[in-house]
Write a protein of this length. Structure first.
Length: 257
């Protein structure tokens, strides 16, 4: 595709559908504000509430305070066993297209009853999730971040490997934005309770799992071969530009002589 530079096997071309209008550009208003705020961000800065632990009485008190501060019906509920349930809001900020099962119509953002890992699924289609897509999830206090990712992928019938995504917590303080990737075992609803309902104090974002060590086992063989082709093309383009620059310098020197 000339617009998004997507490449695939010749035989797979008819099975792949792309919205080549691409994701919103870097010049969008939302991006501009976010970039300005994140200029001095410390991504690894831990949250003030990450290591806090509450006893049952403190949990009950926190839930009462939390429910008194929200202006919706997204309350937290304390259970008899000491656990509690509630809602978290997750914003999806994905810059790459996601893969979904092939359907007769354009994939919908509405909740689907079918699971993402259908056995025997051979055909898939790819599209960009609209930037800023938000999903509310009703979870338990012991629900882990990895389970939240799995639930989000099921909601949108995404069949990509969950390892390709990560859940981040975002907070604003002193005109700076702090982002931290949650570990798989962390419990988002507990973080939500400790931080309170303010989205500036704490919000959740689903993004691509960008790490220094890429988990290549999470990709299929066609994807890995495609990456190799892309790397080869990038290398060839870099060499072409380098040779062109040296050729121009050489020509200028010869003209000066």
């Amino acid at each position: 595709s000339p617009d998004c530079s997507f490449t695939c096997h010749y035989r797979c071309r008819a099975l792949v559908w792309l919205d080549c209008s691409g994701p919103p550009s870097a010049g969008d208003e939302d991006d501009g504000t976010e970039q300005a705020l994140e200029k001095d961000t410390n991504v690894d800065e831990p949250s003030e509430w990450v290591k806090r632990e509450l006893d049952p009485a403190q949990v009950e008190q926190r839930i009462k305070e939390y429910n008194s501060q929200i202006n919706s019906n997204l309350f937290m509920t304390l259970n008899k066993d000491g656990s509690y349930t509630g809602f978290i809001k997750v914003q999806l900020k994905l810059v790459r297209p996601v893969s979904v099962p092939v359907t007769k119509r354009v994939p919908s953002l509405q909740t689907s009853r079918s699971g993402p890992h259908t056995q025997g699924m051979k055909r898939r289609t790819s599209f960009y999730l609209p930037k800023g897509t938000i999903k509310h999830l009703h979870i338990l206090s012991h629900t882990r971040a990895s389970e939240v990712i799995d639930a989000l992928l099921r909601k949108f019938t995404v069949i990509d490997n969950p390892c390709k995504f990560a859940l981040f917590e975002r907070s604003e303080k002193d005109e700076q934005v702090y982002l931290r990737k949650l570990a798989d075992e962390e419990q988002p609803l507990q973080l939500r309770l400790l931080a309170g309902p303010s989205e500036k104090v704490l919000s959740f974002i689903l993004k691509e799992n960008e790490t220094e060590e890429v988990n290549w086992d999470a990709f299929t063989l066609p994807e890995l071969h495609n990456f190799l082709r892309i790397l080869q093309r990038e290398e060839e383009e870099h060499l072409r530009r380098l040779r062109h620059r040296y050729a121009r310098c050489r020509q200028k020197m010869l003209e000066a002589l």
